[in-house]
Design a protein around this ligand. Structure first.
Ligand code: MN
Length: 741
């Protein structure tokens, strides 16, 4: 059954198979072979630019996925990753032979391949990276794409200079940061170095040549440092693995440019890595290293206690070696090491691999843990197939025709898109195209869609329906603004109809609202000057008719209830009075000199807010359960509250029995300019008038002002007025007023 291909192709495949065996992967090799054969047949006629059969590229990509530690489906998908894009093979073909999961992964990679990259400013690139991640619903899609890109970069020499530059820029700006975000440092470094090679060939070559020239020295130096540390740690019985490396070229390059250094000024291009069994050994080793070598100040970083966002953990320090030459030391456990090298893939590799499940594996990186939260542990082998990239589930990323990436809430429509460009674009929209096809306004945009808005100067403008279609708050706000501004008459008409129909639905009439005096309160609450504005607001969608009527309904109920309870209170007091005064029932009797309309013999008290005295114009307020409280007619509480709200209907007329005199405590306030002996003068006047002072206090205000508060007992308004008049002529007393409210 096995088909045979030309020797170069077979050789290439044999190497992949060997690598799978060496990695000890639990893989069905027949299935891998079948994928290879399908790819080899499909790409049979295609050649790479260097003249090699195309299929060698997909075998190489598959080989990288093995290095990354991915699973069987990933290897199979990597072999097939270019079939949908470049050959006649379809999703169905793949699904039939390799199952829907592989077919979906291949299709996912195809979609990423189709995304058109143009270099933009940083914000655009971040959206682009997010979009690629969001499009990779299965994490293996982006991992295979990284393998694909890595191999393409490795074989970029045969491409045209323009293509080399464009692909390198894209790799540097999009794919290397994605590898970094996923924590796959080895891939990230390779991608960066390869990109640099084409983006700045001269700078790249300088570093490579300079390192090559110094390589023997550096190697010799690092080996000495390594054995010294190894010796020391053996004395302390710390088990460890130590090795050294020269840092990757792009990191040296970046240091040269960001710190403006010449190449020979960068010393710490060597790094030594010490891998130990547990975290406490990490800190022990650090102590030993700092004891042996002088640390460079400011270079120590503890990424164990504070891991990087992608999960990276290590202790890092730079120390001065013997030459004296600085070198970096990284200290970490094996688990931290795997995470640093393989990132998201490490999780999978060591879960399904020999290491088995480890306690606390989920801690390895926060975002994987986050992904897992919604997906409880399943079989370890299913880990990656279950792992969905839902980091950006609430966002959708689409392109403008110019290639800008726009981020919008998931479920966004062409209307949202148009308003996100500019409100003028939205207001003039007459249609929309997605990927070149006309779509309805409520079409839901997908990641990677290219969206074009069709506009016309004679467009009628947004309609009210758009409010229901738009998904983003900002689009709805802009639509409402337009409707509010451009359509007032129509809004009033429309709003009136909407409100009336809603009133009917809830069984309320406009006349009821007016007669119960509810309208002013509601308008005031909504900060609307009159009912036309209320109609207009409902009309353009600023207010919901249902909510507005709901408010009317509530206020109406309150008003009814108050009127009811006021009536009940009056009835009760009258009944009580009747019982007490059954003999002379019906005749009005004053209480403490006060006559209250319709009430006899009820409990009264004088309000503290305005402290009325006999002779003042007064009103009564039926309190809840403590009789009638008497206020001055000009009391703030009366003036402000008599017309509306819940207390409507509780105010009753009241008056004094003519000539009545009693004893009333009332409060005065004196505004003064502060001066010496002012308080003494006021006290002297009060004494001279024989006023019955209950309390007297004065305090300084800022700006040379003072205020005096006074409570007095008087028998009527006449006496009070006389006292006030006398107080008002004391030097530096500016104003004498009664306390009100
Ligand atoms: Mn490819």
């Amino acid at each position: 059954m096995t088909e045979c291909f030309e020797p170069a192709v077979e050789q290439c495949y044999a190497a992949l198979e060997q690598k799978i065996r060496d990695a000890g992967m639990n893989v069905n090799l027949d299935r891998v072979r079948a994928a290879f054969e399908l790819a080899a047949r499909a790409h049979r006629e295609q050649k790479r630019r260097d003249g090699s059969p195309y299929v060698t590229h997909v075998v190489a990509a598959a080989s990288i996925t093995v290095d990354m530690g991915l699973d069987e489906d990933s290897v199979v998908s990597a072999l097939l990753h270019d079939t949908i894009e470049d050959t006649d093979v379809t999703h169905e073909d793949i699904a039939r032979q390799f199952g829907p999961q592989v077919a979906d992964i291949v299709e996912g990679v195809t979609k990423l391949t189709r995304v058109n990259y143009t270099s933009r400013e940083e914000e655009q690139m971040e959206n682009m990276r997010k979009m690629l991640l969001a499009m990779s619903k299965d994490i293996r899609v982006i991992l295979i794409k990284l393998a694909d890109r890595l191999h393409n970069m490795m074989t970029m020499d045969y491409q045209t200079p323009e293509k080399q530059r464009l692909k390198s820029l894209e790799t540097m700006e999009i794919y290397a940061p994605i590898a970094h975000r996923l924590g796959i440092q080895t891939i990230k470094w390779e991608l960066e170095d390869l990109s640099l090679k084409y983006l700045d060939p001269v700078g790249y070559r300088q570093i490579v040549e300079s390192i090559d020239a110094r390589r023997d020295n550096l190697e010799e130096f690092m080996s000495r440092m390594e054995s010294r540390i190894r010796e020391r740690l053996r004395q302390w019985d710390i088990e460890c693995t130590i090795y050294h490396r020269i840092k990757h070229i792009y990191s040296i390059y970046r240091k040269m440019y960001t710190q403006n250094l010449q190449l020979n000024e960068i010393f710490d291009i060597c790094a030594l890595r010490i891998i130990v069994e547990n975290v406490s050994d990490c800190y022990n080793v650090l102590g030993q290293v700092h004891d042996m070598f002088k640390p460079v100040p400011g270079k120590f970083k503890d990424y164990i206690s504070t891991p990087k966002p992608n999960g990276y953990q290590s202790l890092q320090t730079t120390v001065i070696g013997t030459e004296p030459m600085p070198f970096e030391v990284q200290i970490r456990t094996w688990e931290m090491h795997r995470t640093a090298e393989y990132g998201v893939a490490a999780h999978w590799k060591y879960k399904s691999g020999n290491a088995g499940l480890r306690e606390g594996d989920e801690e390895v990186f926060a975002w994987v843990r986050h992904l897992l939260e919604t997906q409880q542990e399943t079989d370890a082998d299913d880990f990656f197939s279950e792992l969905k990239v839902d980091m950006f589930a609430d966002e959708v990323f689409v392109f403008t025709p110019q290639g800008d990436v726009i981020s919008m809430p998931a479920g966004a429509t062409p209307i949202d898109f148009a308003y996100s460009i500019h409100s003028a674009v939205g207001n003039r929209m007459v249609g929309a195209k997605v990927n070149g096809r006309i779509v309805p306004f409520d079409h839901q945009l997908q990641n990677g869609d290219i969206v074009e808005v069709l506009t016309s100067k004679s467009a009628p403008g947004p309609s009210r329906d758009w409010l229901n279609i738009a998904k983003s708050g900002s689009a709805r706000t802009k639509i409402k603004q337009w409707l509010k501004k451009e359509r007032r008459e129509e809004n009033i008409q429309q709003g009136r109809e909407m409100l009336e129909s809603e009133l009917r639905r809830q069984g309320i009439t406009l006349s009821e609202i007016q007669s119960m005096g509810v309208l002013p309160e509601v308008l005031k609450h909504l900060s609307l000057p009159d009912i036309e504005d209320l109609y207009a607001a409902v009309g353009y969608g600023g207010l919901s008719a249902a909510k507005t009527v709901g408010r009317f309904r509530e206020d109406l109920l309150k008003a009814h209830k108050n009127a009811e309870s006021a009536r009940t209170a009056i009835d009760k007091m009258n009944e009580a009075a009747e019982r007490r005064n059954s003999k002379d029932a019906g005749r009005q009797k004053p209480i403490q000199g006060v006559l209250i309309a319709g009430l006899d013999n009820c409990l009264i008290k004088f309000a503290h807010c305005c402290t009325p005295v006999a002779g003042d114009e007064i009103v009564g307020f039926i309190t809840r359960g403590s009789g009638v409280s008497i206020h001055r007619a000009d009391c703030k509480n009366h003036v402000e509250k008599k017309d509306g709200g819940e207390n409507r209907g509780r105010w009753v007329e009241a008056s004094w029995t003519p000539g009545y005199e009693g004893s009333y405590v009332t409060a005065l306030r004196l505004n003064c300019a502060d001066r010496n002996a002012l308080v003494m003068d006021i006290a002297t006047v009060l004494n001279a008038l024989n006023a019955k002072v209950r309390s007297f206090s004065a305090r300084d205000l800022s700006g040379g002002k003072a205020v005096a508060s006074l409570t007095l007992e008087v028998k009527n308004l006449g006496e009070l007025r006389a006292i006030m008049a006398r107080l008002a002529v004391i030097p530096s007393v500016k104003e004498v007023s009664r306390v009100n409210g």
